[in-house]
Design a protein around this ligand. Structure first.
Ligand SMILES: [Zn+2]
Length: 259
């Protein structure tokens, strides 16, 4: 749970084996991002006596949209979804969103959002950037890692990660999966001298040993430790000497698939 300047709380709800469904709360009102499991959301709303006022979808995979239809039908709330024809988004009260769209949310004061297109994991993937501070990154950026390329090219994903890298350093990032520990183990195979990464391995192990989320994460920490954001720096190391940053990215993503 995190208190913010706009008096919102952002809460991680674990679901399935390693998903987080993010709930944004102000007073008795809530928004959810990628409600893959309606029952998890329903229970969280009931236990805190909250009313659901909006659903934000980053992409069409079932573990992100699976609960959206049932929640929308129960709460009659708006749904924000990528502007693509995918059947997963065909439900009532859908607002199609695309790069640069500005969002405001009824019932919430001082809360606004911007849509950022981040193709690569899927072609239609978007992120929601709330109050120029909180980035809900779906399956594009994970703690110390990035999503698989199911639909996009390495160049698309690389550009999407560069877009995230260019956000303000204070940005907090809310990925949809708890993959941080395994991603760090991989990162250490390609960036073994990175002291920030070694420090992060320790703090991550400590959090996981206590059953705590490693997320959200800070962009500043990702820039220092996430190999998929460090391709330019890695391209100057002996193992990748004279490679382009995007060639490093492509190689790292291929290796990570097998790790
Ligand atoms: Zn996905």
């Amino acid at each position: 749970m995190q208190e913010t300047s706009a008096s919102i709380e952002i809460i991680a709800l674990p679901a399935f084996s390693d998903n987080y469904l993010w709930l944004i709360r102000q007073a008795q009102f809530a928004l959810v991002v990628d409600p893959g499991d309606a029952a998890v959301i329903a229970q969280a709303l009931a236990s805190a006596n909250l009313q659901l006022k909006g659903i934000l979808l980053t992409h069409h995979h079932a573990d992100h949209v699976g609960g959206a239809m049932a929640l929308q039908q129960h709460w009659q709330c708006p749904v924000y979804a990528p502007d693509s024809a995918h059947a997963a988004y065909q439900m009532p009260q859908v607002t199609r969103v695309k790069q640069g769209d500005q969002l405001t949310f009824e019932h919430f004061s001082g809360l606004y959002g911007e849509v950022i297109a981040l193709p690569g994991h899927t072609l239609d993937h978007v992120a929601y950037y709330l109050n120029q501070q909180h980035l809900f990154s779906g399956d594009v950026l994970f703690g110390a890692g990035c999503g698989r390329l199911f639909e996009g090219t390495p160049a698309q994903m690389f550009a999407s990660l560069q877009t995230i890298a260019a956000l303000p350093l204070e940005t907090q990032i809310y990925p949809a999966h708890e993959y941080t520990a395994h991603n760090i183990a991989f990162a250490q195979t390609v960036d073994p001298e990175n002291m920030d990464l070694q420090q992060r391995a320790q703090t991550t192990a400590s959090l996981r040993a206590r059953g705590l989320p490693t997320l959200p994460t800070a962009l500043k920490l990702e820039l220092a430790t996430n190999p998929f954001l460090r391709c330019e720096a890695l391209s100057k190391q002996p193992a990748f000497m004279d490679w382009s940053a995007i060639d490093v990215f492509t190689e790292l993503r291929a290796r990570r698939n097998l790790f």
